[in-house]
Design a protein around this ligand. Structure first.
Ligand SMILES: Cc1cc2nc3c(=O)[nH]c(=O)nc-3n(C[C@H](O)[C@H](O)[C@H](O)COP(=O)(O)OP(=O)(O)OC[C@H]3O[C@@H](n4cnc5c(N)ncnc54)[C@H](O)[C@@H]3O)c2cc1C
Length: 479
């Protein structure tokens, strides 16, 4: 019998698992895909928002601001790339000057520290590549960038090290009420549990409806992006937003923690919660909008397009808490932006939310709250030489674009939640993120996964379950 079953291993499910694993409870995370961070968490802008955007008094405002405070220490302790580079919201007209003032007032009401409204001249002094058509800007020094996958993987590994169990390729298909809680069916297995926490992202309405009356619907909303090569990563030095509209925070231009430039997203309603397709029209819109902020980036340096889906609902806020009439069932649903920022704060608050419904658990005495992960190319020459001396695998570069060594890949493959796909290794180590997008290192990563995990080379997939790369072996030239 589990105390808690969490449905969904995105940043919300994994953050909740990390915080709950500090308490004496038996906890399982059920995930339909073959890894953590496979939903909205893997395809977003990767911004830790300062917290001036959500309306004061909303759950989004509360968790955004607290999440932004938690990130620096969490990332430091868990070896996750995080940079507090600050953010701007640009105004291009007297009307937008008013929006900037409104966002400033909201930010102050939400408790965001250090906000300033800057003149055009002050803004251009800090970010010379911006358009000279701007009229003013809101500057938020606490705005930051993070690696969403590495953060989620780190939280999941931390939860695992503190005793949580993860079940991948386990789509939840039924939740029945029992005398003591629930019987959750996933991949033909049943999990008896006292509490179910629904953190299923764009599928959270379906999970809600398995256990409780229908009370909200996810209206999937897609955003598409360009990622530009590292020679464009210094075009701007902070996160550059435009004024938000009804549909979202607008198109941004920002460096990434890997040194690239990200440009996007648009915001278009789609019918499928899993529609991550990109199209010419959406991408053109993104470029046109971004060019209003700066025309200094070179689109010929684009190395990838991707899209992510927002879990929007008819309610303009997160849906967080117990469900009336279904004791033991909790929704963490409709977690659209700023969900990445808010996730650790939601996790931190979860013990209180459970306790208010009568589910209390004693704290564990000795919990792990640190995680070491080497990022070889960020080390000094002396540190690199030391690493190679200790383990020669750090002297073999597998990904030439990103300088990722075999040592880092082997380390990732022997962590608490080892990946077994090429993209799983990419999300942990960064190999394949660069200009060649895995064209050179992919087959070598495949070999290393097979060798280290003792798997058949043919069975290694690229990404989601079923995404085989090799379909048949040739023997003497014949299939
Ligand atoms: C375009 C875009 C840009 C964004 N930019 C930002 C940003 O810059 N900053 C920010 O703070 N936020 C941003 N967000 C929002 C942020 O990405 C999300 O709020 C966050 O990732 C949601 O996390 P989650 O864990 O709730 O959902 P997900 O990451 O979607 O995780 C849900 C998980 O549940 C699993 N699941 C679903 N159904 C089942 C089932 N039946 N059984 C088992 N598992 C199931 C899914 O496979 C998935 O892994 C953005 C979102 C988008 C789409």
């Amino acid at each position: 019998m589990y105390d808690v079953v969490i449905v969904g291993a995105g940043v919300v499910g994994c953050s909740v698992a990390a915080y709950l694993s500090r308490y004496q409870m038996k906890l399982a995370v059920l995930e339909k895909e073959n890894d953590v961070s496979m939903g909205s968490t893997r395809a977003n802008s990767a911004i830790v928002h300062a917290g001036y955007d959500p309306l004061p008094g909303t759950l989004m405002a509360k968790y955004n601001v607290r999440g932004s405070q938690l990130y620096p220490e969490l990332c430091e302790k868990l070896s996750v790339p995080f940079q507090q580079i600050g953010s701007f919201v640009l105004a291009f007209s007297p009307e937008e000057d008013k929006t900037v003032q409104k966002l400033y007032d909201r930010g102050v009401a939400n408790g965001v520290e250090g906000l300033r409204i800057l003149s055009k001249e002050e803004t251009l002094k800090m970010e010379p590549a911006l358009s000279d058509k701007i009229t003013s800007a809101l500057y938020a020094p606490t705005g930051a960038i993070v690696s969403p996958w590495k953060f989620t993987i780190a939280m999941a590994e931390n939860a695992c090290e503190n005793g949580s169990e993860f079940f991948f390729d386990h789509p939840v298909t039924a939740i029945e009420k029992t005398e003591n809680g629930f019987r959750v069916t996933a991949d033909g297995e049943t999990f008896e549990t006292r509490v179910v926490i629904n953190a299923a992202g764009t599928h959270s309405d379906q999970i809600n409806d398995m256990a409780a009356p229908h009370s909200f619907t996810i209206h999937p909303n897609k955003g598409q992006y360009y990622v530009l090569d590292k020679n464009q990563g210094q075009v701007v030095h902070s996160v550059i937003f435009q004024c938000p509209s009804k549909v979202g925070k607008g198109v941004l231009v920002s460096p990434t923690v890997d040194g690239n430039l990200i440009v996007g997203p648009d915001a278009v309603d789609v019918s499928s919660p899993d529609d991550c397709s990109t199209d010419r029209e959406g991408l053109q819109f993104v470029v046109n909008q971004a060019m209003r902020s700066t025309s200094a980036f070179n689109l010929r340096e684009a190395i990838r397009n991707f899209a992510g889906v927002r879990a929007a609902t008819e309610i303009d806020d997160f849906i967080i808490g117990p469900v009336d009439g279904v004791p033991g069932f909790f929704n963490l649903a409709g977690i659209k932006s700023p969900g990445l920022t808010s996730a650790p704060a939601i996790g931190e608050d979860m013990p209180r939310i459970l306790a208010e419904s009568g589910y209390t658990f004693p704290k564990k005495e000795n919990c792990i709250d640190r995680r070491e992960a080497v990022i070889f190319h960020t080390l000094s020459h002396e540190e690199r030489a030391e690493m190679v001396k200790k383990n020669p695998l750090y002297g073999r570069v597998i990904c030439r674009c990103e300088t990722i060594t075999e040592g880092e890949i082997v380390d990732a493959l022997h962590r608490p939640l080892p990946p077994h796909t090429i993209d799983g290794v990419k999300r942990r180590c960064g190999c394949g993120l660069g200009r060649c997008q895995g064209g050179f290192c992919g087959p070598r990563v495949q070999e290393i996964i097979a060798r280290e995990l003792n798997l058949n080379y043919m069975d290694i997939e690229k990404d989601k379950t079923g995404s085989y790369i090799l379909l048949a072996e040739t023997k003497g030239g014949e299939l």
